[in-house]
Design a protein around this ligand. Sequence first.
Ligand code: NAI
Length: 291
Amino acid sequence: MINKVGIIGSGTMGSGIAQVAATSGCKVKLYDTNQAALDKAKSALEKILARLVEKGRIDSAEKNRIQTNISYSDSLKDLSDSDLTIEAIVENLEIKKKVFSELESYVSDECIIASNTSSLSIASIAASLQKPERCIGIHFFNPAPLMQLVEVIPAIQTSKEVLDKSVKIISDWKKTVAIAKDTPGFIVNRVARPFYSEALRIYEEGIADFETIDRSMKTLGGFRMGPFELMDFIGNDVNYTVTETVFAAFYFDPRYKPAFTQKRFAEAGYLGRKSGKGYYNYDENGSIVPQ
Ligand code: NAI
């Protein structure tokens, strides 16, 4: 039985995954090296749950239960009693490997060590562990509490037992599992690359502006969000890194080539909703400010 869950990284994804696990009754420890990120995660959860109470989706007892199921820490050691850990830190292989190898020195031999990476090879992350068979990709989508799908990605080293357990846990958390092979971008992020890249090329070729492209895809394409809104929502830093990783991992296949616009936005710190400015400007509630 999985009861204690450690989440590494309390940003957009880590805080959302913590909410999912805590709502399902798990005791969650949310860890980050950045105290401001931990404080932000805590106050964001308070706001989200208060809104759910207002809308009558949960009562205040449920809100308290979810909140008390999550504790916050700036020490990785505090995750030592976890049955499962899910890492959601910066999309950088070397940093992830370092954290995984330190984490393994604290947790029990039975603890499953998962990564929420969007694009990195699970096999290379697993290789940083003494027991690589316990490593797996568990890839949530943003926002984790709302998005139904979770990709589960066994590396070639992952044991069948760890795969089966992971599928069961995610199903118990009321999510739909898609098992994917350990290949760049897995399923959804691979299909999504040309959605962003072609939109960026259309913009760079001067065919249409951001708003027109987004409006067209929503009105005629049936998408809930246009490509530029979605890139801002994901974070232009995170999305650019994923594009670069997928491009390199496919041996520089031009189908996955990143666009300069995307690179410049990431470099300028125009990260999207989380920084208040991206392809659109955002107010403090994350709503688009008309230009
Ligand atoms: P984020 O930038 O919102 O949060 C990352 C957090 O990790 C920050 O709070 C940062 O302080 C913390 N951190 C960085 N290095 C750390 C370390 N060494 N130890 C502990 N904490 C550290 O990033 P986001 O968007 O939550 O992405 C996290 C991971 O999830 C990435 O691997 C990303 O590819 C993946 N992902 C992102 C999605 C998205 O839509 N943003 C969707 C699905 C996966």
